[in-house]
Structures are given as C-alpha cells and as structure tokens.
Design a protein around this ligand. Structure first.
Ligand code: HEC
Ligand code: HEC
Length: 416
C-alpha cells in the first residue's frame, strides 16, 4: 500500500467516522443477516439433531411434575413468592417493570461514552437483572423434584415389543393365556369357568385396529369381566405401556406383520448341552414370567404362592416348599404334570405347558434347582459345553420367551 492509497483510505475512514452508522438501514441490515443465520442454524438443528422425547403425555398420570422450559424457570420461581391472589404481581407487574426499565435505560443514562468503565449505571442495572434471572433459575432447578419414571420408554421397535411382552405376561396371561389362546378361565376370581374366545386369531387381528385394541385395554370390557388397565380408568398402565402391549400383540399374532429378528433372538431360551443343568436365572425365570407370574403375584388367587424371584419360588406358598431341590416329588413338578393334589389342580390351570418346558423344569429340579448360571455350571458335569445361544428347542416355545437380561421381570409394570 503506497502513501497515496493510505491517505485515501484514511480520509474515507474519517468521513465514515463522522457520519456514523445509520440505524436504518445499516444496523438493521446487519441484525437481519445475523437473525437469518441463527434461524437457519436452528432449522438445521431441529431437522438433523432434534430433541429427545419425554414419555407420551398422559392426562391421567398424577405423578407427572409439570415444569416450564428452562428459560422460563425464573418466572416460574418468582410465582412461588407471590402465591394465590398475589400471582399477578409476580407474573405481570414485576416482569413488566423490569422490561420497562430496560427500555428506559438509554433515556435515563444519557452518558455518551461507550467504554464499560464509564457506563457504571447502565451496566450495574443490567447486571442486577441478569443476576436475578440466573439466581431464580438456579433456585427453581434446585427445588424441582426428580421426575418419577412412570412409563416404559422403549426407543426401538424390538425394545417396545419385548416390553409389551413383559407387560402382557404380567397383566393379561391369567385370563387370555400365554399366547392369547383364551379358553376356559380357571383360577381367576369372579370369572371361574368363563369361556374366553381367543384374541390371537387372524379374525381378531384383521378386524381390530391398534386404536381399538388400545381402547379395549384402557377401558376394559367391564360388563364382560375384563377390568380397565388405563390409568384414566383406575388401572395401572400408562399410555406408553398400553401402546407397547398393542405393538407386541400386533407383531406376534398378526401374520401381516413380521417380527423383527432381534426379538426372536432375545426371546429364545439358550440351548443346553445334554448333561447341562439349567439355572433359574437364565432358563426358569423367563418361563415363570411368561406362564405363571400373572397369577402368582400379590393380590391374586394363588394360595399365597408368589413367583417373582428365586426365593419366593423356593419358599412361599400355603403348601411350601413347592419346589424341593433334587426331588421330583414336589408340588410344582406334580402340578405342571397335570396332577390334582392337595395344593390344588394342574398348573397352569387352563392348558398344559409344552413338553420341552416341563422337561426343563425336570432337569432344573434334578440338578439341585440352582439359582445363578454360575451355580448351574458348578452343578453340571465337567466338560459340559458352554451355553450357546440357539433358537429355542422344539418349535413350540420359540419366539416369545424373553430372556433378555435388560428387561427385569417386573419391568415397569407396577406390581404392587
Ligand atoms: C380378569 C380377566 C382378564 C384380564 C386380566 C384381561 N382380560 Fe381381556 N378380556 C377379558 C374378557 C372376559 C373379555 C371379553 C371377551 C370375551 O368374552 O371373549 C376380554 C376381551 C378382550 C379383548 C377383546 C376381544 C374382542 O375382540 O372382543 C382384547 C383385545 C383383550 N381382552 C385384551 C386384553 C389384554 C391385552 C389384557 C392385558 C392388558 C387383558 N385383555 C386382560 C378378560 C380379561
Ligand atoms: C390362571 C392363574 C394361574 C396360572 C397362570 C398359574 N397358576 Fe399356579 N395357582 C393358581 C391358583 C388359583 C392356585 C391355588 C390352588 C388352586 O386353586 O388350584 C395355584 C397354586 C399353585 C401352586 C400351589 C401353591 C401352594 O403353596 O399351595 C403351585 C406350586 C403352582 N400354582 C404353580 C404354578 C406354576 C409353576 C405355574 C406356571 C407354569 C402356575 N402355577 C400358573 C393360579 C395360577
């Protein structure tokens, strides 16, 4: 850059400085550009990143704690200091005064300097408001109780199907059977001897939409004997829970829907070598969950025999012990073999278990009814092969027995 250019540039600069920038159009133009950039960034974020979902809104869920978005929390906190009829002071008067004061600030503080050390008044005032907002926000965050997790938040389809399967096992099996096969109800108070039509047929699946299933489960069929399950009608299931059950039913029983492979894999019972002893943890728990738990949990007719965990299975019941390690002459084994004994009738009452499952119970009891996989391995003869995950043995029990360790037996269901 030579002298002449420099001179020219300097003059231009001086001129510009004297003229100053105009609010319109100069500043407005810059602001508009900036706003556009931020807007585009927001659209990009919304499109490609998104916001994590909370559970579906459930108007009947009284445990949900409603809170405004974080940037309104300070206003929300302010409300707490002006309860009841004074509310309008906290929500309207004070915020309006603060905004009005900010508007008036340039007129009150007419000082021409721009350096911050010379703008004490304006800066202190602004800082006061910012500090107030931050402090109120922090106080609101600190005093918000943690949101109680009330619903299954299954993200993917396989997760949802598996969660629905668990919920179905707990809430529906006692009447509709493990496969929705229906039949004569036995062992359920008030419905003894009632003949239920199957709900797993193509007829049922083709004539009922998901919405219809949702309504039937929420509201029940009280005049026919099915209780309501939706929280809105006094039941214990939230919206996402019922949706999971409907998804499970659709994917398991409707021949138009194909069950994802992950579900089949997660549902298969790990195969056993010929001499291996099954364990409660890996083999028995998922079977119990699917075929027995719906009746053998608190609040149901079951001779006080609860089957929620290993200890209950071994020790509870009016005719306890119902399982005797190493002895097949025990109540449970006799009852699943359809014997009528002092403790009661055949179990499950309506339909015999598939022979593979009865056999699994036999090997488990003969092997000393071990709890964990490690105990079962210790009870197995040395050299027995490690347990490979194969599709369930024999076609009958495939596809719908969960052994996924990520889904606890009680799941999110509110077993009392
Ligand atoms: C206490 C017994 C009981 C329980 C538990 C129960 N149901 Fe029912 N359910 C019934 C009865 C009784 C009917 C009436 C239909 C009939 O008579 O065949 C019925 C009907 C239905 C129907 C409608 C059949 C139709 O198309 O008319 C569906 C679907 C259904 N139940 C699903 C479920 C699901 C899913 C669950 C678990 C969340 C469940 N039920 C729990 C007893 C029960
Ligand atoms: C439809 C409900 C229902 C289902 C499903 C069910 N049970 Fe039962 N169970 C009962 C009832 C009711 C009794 C009480 C005796 C009777 O009425 O026969 C009982 C009693 C028992 C008893 C005797 C308990 C005692 O101490 O007196 C055993 C053992 C038992 N069940 C095992 C099982 C097993 C194992 C399964 C799963 C494979 C199962 N039950 C599934 C309803 C059920």
């Amino acid at each position: 850059m030579n002298e002449e250019q420099k001179q020219k540039y300097y003059e231009k600069y001086q001129q510009a400085k004297q003229k100053g920038t105009k609010f319109f159009p100069d500043v407005i133009y810059k602001d508009t550009l900036m706003m556009l950039a931020i807007f585009v960034a927001l659209v990009m974020l919304a499109t490609f990143v998104g916001v994590a979902n909370e559970p579906k809104a459930d108007p009947s869920d009284s445990a949900y704690i409603p809170r405004p978005e974080w940037y309104f929390l300070f206003l929300f906190e302010m409300l707490k200091y002006f309860p009841g009829r004074l509310e309008w002071i906290g929500t309207f008067v004070i915020p309006s005064l603060a905004v009005a004061a900010l508007f008036l600030l340039p007129f009150i503080d007419r000082n021409p300097y721009r350096h911050f050390s010379k703008r004490r008044f304006a800066l202190s005032f602004m800082s006061l408001i910012v500090i107030g907002m931050v402090a109120l926000t922090l106080m609101a965050v600190a005093s918000t109780p943690p949101q109680e997790e009330t619903a299954t938040l299954a993200a993917t389809l396989p997760e949802q199907i598996l969660a629905g399967q668990d919920l179905y096992s707990i809430h529906c099996v006692e009447c509709h059977g493990a496969d929705g096969e229906g039949g004569e109800i036995k062992g359920v108070e008030g419905l003894e001897g009632y003949i239920l039509k199957p709900i797993n047929t193509q007829d049922e699946m083709y004539t009922r939409t998901d919405e219809t299933f949702f309504e039937i489960i929420s509201f029940g069929q009280p005049n026919l004997g099915m209780p309501p399950f939706g929280k809105a009608y006094g039941g214990e299931l939230g919206v996402s829970d019922i949706e999971a059950i409907v998804t499970f039913m659709r994917y398991t029983w409707d021949d138009r829907a194909e069950i994802p492979e992950e579900v089949t894999r997660a549902s298969a019972i790990p195969a056993l070598g010929p001499d291996e002893v099954p364990s409660y943890e890996v083999h028995i728990a998922p079977i119990v969950k699917r075929y027995c738990l719906s009746c053998h949990r608190p609040g149901k007719k079951n001779n006080n025999y609860l089957m929620r965990d290993y200890q209950e299975i071994m020790e509870s019941g009016d005719h306890a012990p119902n399982v005797i390690a190493g002895d097949l002459n025990n109540n449970l084994y006799r009852m699943i073999n359809r014997e009528e004994i002092e403790a009661g009738g055949p179990m499950p009452p309506t339909r015999a278990l598939p022979p593979e499952i009865i056999d699994l119970f036999r090997r488990w009891i003969e092997g000393g009814a071990p709890n964990t996989a490690a105990e079962a391995a210790a009870a197995s003869p040395p050299g027995a092969p490690a347990v490979p995950t194969l599709p369930a043995p024999g076609g009958v029990i495939t596809s719908t027995i969960t052994v996924s360790p990520t889904l606890p037996i009680t799941g999110t269901a509110t077993t009392p």
